[in-house]
Design a protein around this ligand. Structure first.
Ligand code: AMP
Ligand code: MG
Length: 364
C-alpha cells in the first residue's frame, strides 16, 4: 500500500485536511495523526473492524486497550458514565490538565466497543492539546482510538518520518505536523476515592503531567492500590492474582519490556564502574553531555538529551528521537543510558528507559 503524507500547519486553516483525514477514518481506514505526546495510529473508535486493523498493523496484543481521543471535555459524557462521587474530581482534573497530555480511565458506556477496551469495564480518554488530533476528531464526529504509531513494543514515534520507518506501506495516510512538543506518552490516571472517601488518582503510567502537578489537585496512589470506590473489578496493576501468582498485566504500557530499540539498551548504574567488553561498540545517551561518564573515551557516539542546559522538558522532547538515532547509528552495537534525575519529567523518562532496558517478553 502506498502511504500518503500530508503536511499540516495548525497555525493555518487546516479544515480541508481534517475533512480528508476524517473521510479516510469514516471509511474504516487508519491515519497516523500528530499529538503533543507522540504520533498516534488513529481509527474511528466506533468501527470495530478499523480498530481490529490497528491491532493487526501494530502487531499489538488484543489485551492492550486503546486510548480514545476526544475533541473536547464535553464529548467525555458521550462515552463514559462518571460515578457521582467522582464528578468533582474529574471536573477539577479536566479543568487543570485538558486539553493536554493526561488520560483518564473511567467506566465506559455501552457504545464503546469491547475491542477498544480489551473487554475492560473502563475506557481510557484524553482531550489532546494538539490542534490536529482534535480537529480530525471534530470532523469525524466520533472519538479516535489511537495508540502510538509504531510496531508493538518499539520506540514511540515523535515525528512523521519515524512513523514512516515504523509503518510506511502499511497505512494509507500520515498527517505531518513536525515534531511533538512533549515527546512522551500521556500520564494515565484512574480517578477514585481513597479509603477515607477523599478524591485521589491511581497513577497508571507516568508522563508529562507529573506527580508534583497532580498532588496540587488530589492524592496520588500507586497503580495496584485498591480502594472502596471501584467495585466494578478492574484495579489495573493490582499484582498478585489467584494462587498468589502475578496477574497478567492489564496492559503492556505496564509490561516491563516496552519502548525498546532493536539493539540492547542498558541503564548505567552510577554505583558501578562501566566495564566495556572488547570488540563491542558502545553509544552513550547522556543528560547534558558534560558528565564524567560522557568524558570517558569508550564511546563511539555520545548523544546528549539536553545539551548544555540540562532541562528535563527538552530531554523529554528528544528522548525517543535520540533512542531511535542510536538504534540506527552504524557505529553503535550496544546503547548505554545515563540515569536521569528522579524528579518531575525525569520519573517518566526513567520509566521508559527502564522498560527499554528490560529483555523482550520479560514481565515484572
Ligand atoms: P498507548 O499504548 O500509549 O496508546 O497507551 C495505551 C495504554 O493505556 C495501555 O497500554 C494501558 O496501559 C492504558 N489503558 C488504556 N485503557 C485502559 C483501561 N481501560 N484501564 C487501564 N489502563 C488502560
Ligand atoms: Mg505505545
Amino acid at each position: 500500500m502506498e502511504t500518503r503524507v500530508i503536511g499540516v500547519d495548525p497555525l493555518e486553516d487546516c479544515r480541508a485536511v481534517y475533512r480528508e483525514a476524517a473521510a479516510v477514518l469514516a471509511d474504516g481506514g487508519l491515519v497516523a495523526i500528530p499529538t503533543e505526546t507522540v504520533y498516534g495510529l488513529g481509527a474511528d473508535a466506533f468501527n470495530t473492524e478499523a480498530v481490529a486493523d490497528v491491532f493487526a498493523v501494530k502487531e499489538r496484543p488484543s489485551f492492550d486497550p486503546l486510548i480514545c481521543h476526544l475533541p473536547s471535555a464535553r464529548a467525555l459524557r458521550d462515552i463514559v458514565e462518571i460515578p457521582a462521587g467522582l464528578q468533582p474530581l474529574v471536573d477539577a482534573l479536566a479543568r487543570e490538565f485538558w486539553p493536554g497530555p493526561m488520560t483518564l480511565v473511567l467506566p465506559r458506556k455501552a457504545c464503546v466497543p469491547d475491542i477498544v477496551t480489551s473487554g475492560l469495564p473502563t475506557v481510557a480518554c484524553r482531550v489532546p492539546s494538539h490542534e490536529v488530533m482534535r480537529g480530525v476528531a471534530r470532523a469525524l464526529g466520533h472519538p479516535i482510538a489511537a495508540p502510538s504509531a509504531n510496531r508493538f513494543g518499539h520506540i514511540s514515534p515523535t515525528s512523521a518520518s519515524a512513523v514512516l520507518t515504523e509503518l510506511g506501506g502499511k497505512i494509507p495516510l500520515v498527517l505531518d505536523a513536525g515534531a511533538c512538543s512533549e515527546g512522551l506518552e500521556s500520564t494515565i490516571l484512574q480517578p477514585c476515592l481513597d479509603e477515607k472517601g477523599k478524591p485521589a488518582v491511581r497513577l497508571l503510567r507516568e508522563g508529562p503531567v507529573t506527580r508534583e502537578k497532580l498532588r496540587k489537585i488530589c492524592r496520588v496512589l500507586k497503580p495496584g492500590k485498591k480502594t472502596s470506590s471501584d467495585p466494578e473489578a478492574s484495579v489495573p496493576g493490582s499484582g498478585a492474582g489467584e494462587n498468589g501468582q502475578e496477574e497478567a498485566p492489564t496492559a503492556p504500557g505496564m509490561l516491563k519490556s516496552h519502548y525498546a530499540p532493536s539493539k540492547p539498551l542498558m541503564l548505567h548504574n552510577p554505583r558501578e564502574a562501566f566495564q566495556p567488553e572488547p570488540g563491542v561498540r558502545y553509544g552513550l545517551i547522556t543528560y547534558q553531555g558534560d558528565s564524567e561518564l560522557a568524558a570517558q573515551d569508550c564511546w563511539t557516539e555520545v548523544m546528549p538529551l539536553s545539551p548544555g542546559s540540562g532541562r528535563l522538558s527538552e530531554a523529554a522532547v528528544r528522548l525517543f528521537a535520540v533512542m531511535r538515532a542510536m538504534d540506527e547509528s552504524p557505529s553503535v552495537d550496544v546503547i548505554i543510558a545515563e540515569e536521569l534525575p528522579l524528579q518531575g519529567l525525569g520519573c517518566a523518562m526513567m520509566d521508559r528507559l527502564t522498560r527499554a532496558a528490560a529483555k523482550r517478553g520479560e514481565t515484572w
